[in-house]
Design a protein around this ligand. Structure first.
Ligand code: SF4
Ligand code: SF4
Length: 316
């Protein structure tokens, strides 16, 4: 029997019996009249095998204790998701122990936004794209905690410069950070945000929802500054360190802002940051990284306990 015929047999469960028996002794006429039973045997075997696979006991995992997490892709470049994946084994530990990924169009075949504990939303929203507007509203309805993942979702970032006029959707000209359309609970700024920060937020969201009282307090301390960022607004610019840090006499010349800028729009001159605003993509990374922009004693005082909790949680 040729490969093509074998495939037909597997797919349709029948083949020409006479062809397979060319070299065999002639069968009695009575047996030749029942080819259907013989032809169905391969299919029967497959069904039996499938049944035996299904009946095998599954590995038991404490899935009931996991939180559910979804990745919602708005107008982003997928760089934020890549950064999440850049946790390598850490991502597998998170998925194994703490979170079921219930929605992620890039990685899984769930087509509609389900209910979830945490929605990681990447990208801004094109308000001429009605589907995108519906999706972000649906996300808010279905998620307990909405996280703006990355600068586009937090502040618009590079999509702030969109002016439309490009084929094949020239009318797509206005992009807003998700906080302009829905309430956002947590910001993870950065373009892209660091893998560690995404990992930390996932672990802390787990502790907040499933931990004991002590763990909940720790998670609250870690997440509060990121929640405050979400409350502070949806606009960001390199000018923020100028108006809110340098002009307030708070800058200590540490250079963190220059190191954080993804497009090198900031250089340190005479110990102070100089910003080339034409280069700034409005990601907000400089302000978020500046140690004098927002300072949480809650976090600093509990830094060691927080890092111990995260390190312990990430042991495979
Ligand atoms: S924040 Fe940066 S990495 Fe994330 S979607 Fe926007 S452009 Fe891409
Ligand atoms: S990060 Fe450092 S150098 Fe930049 S504005 Fe803040 S304190 Fe000044």
């Amino acid at each position: 029997m040729g490969i093509l015929e074998s495939l037909k047999t597997l797919l349709f469960g029948k083949h020409d019996v006479s062809e397979g028996k060319k070299d065999e002794k002639p069968e009695p006429a009575a047996q030749k009249t029942e080819p259907v039973h013989v032809a169905e045997k391969p299919a029967d075997v497959i069904v039996e095998k499938k049944a035996s696979i299904i009946q095998e006991p599954k590995e038991e995992k404490p899935v009931a204790e996991k939180i559910t997490v979804g990745h919602v892709h708005m107008s982003g470049c997928t760089g934020c998701l890549v950064s999440f994946a850049d946790n390598y084994e850490g991502l597998l530990t998170i998925l194994d122990k703490y979170a079921d990924l219930v929605y992620c169009l890039t990685l899984a075949d769930v087509r509609h936004i389900p209910e979830m504990d945490v929605a990681l939303v990447e990208g801004s929203v094109c308000i001429q794209d009605h589907l995108a507007v519906e999706e972000i509203i649906e996300t808010r309805k279905n998620a307990k905690i909405v996280v703006a993942l990355g600068a586009c979702a937090c502040y618009g970032n590079i999509t702030r410069f969109c002016r439309g006029g490009q084929q094949n959707q020239p009318q797509h000209e206005s992009y807003l950070p998700i906080g302009d359309l829905i309430d956002v609970d947590v910001y993870i700024p950065g373009c892209a945000p660091t893998p560690q920060q995404i990992r930390n937020v996932c672990v802390m969201a787990y502790l907040l929802l499933k931990g004991n009282d002590e763990q909940k307090a720790l998670a609250g301390a870690y997440l509060t500054p990121l929640m405050n960022l979400a409350k502070a607004g949806t606009e960001a610019c390199g000018c923020d360190i100028m108006t809110q840090v340098i002009n307030q006499g708070l800058c200590m010349g540490c250079g963190s802002c220059a190191a954080a800028c993804p497009v090198r729009a900031i250089s340190m001159e005479y110990g102070k940051p100089q910003i080339e605003r034409d280069l700034c993509i409005k990601c907000g990374a400089c302000y978020a990284q500046c140690p004098r922009s927002f300072f949480s004693f809650d976090v600093v005082n509990q830094y060691e306990a927080i890092m111990d909790a995260i390190d312990g949680a990430m042991q495979p």
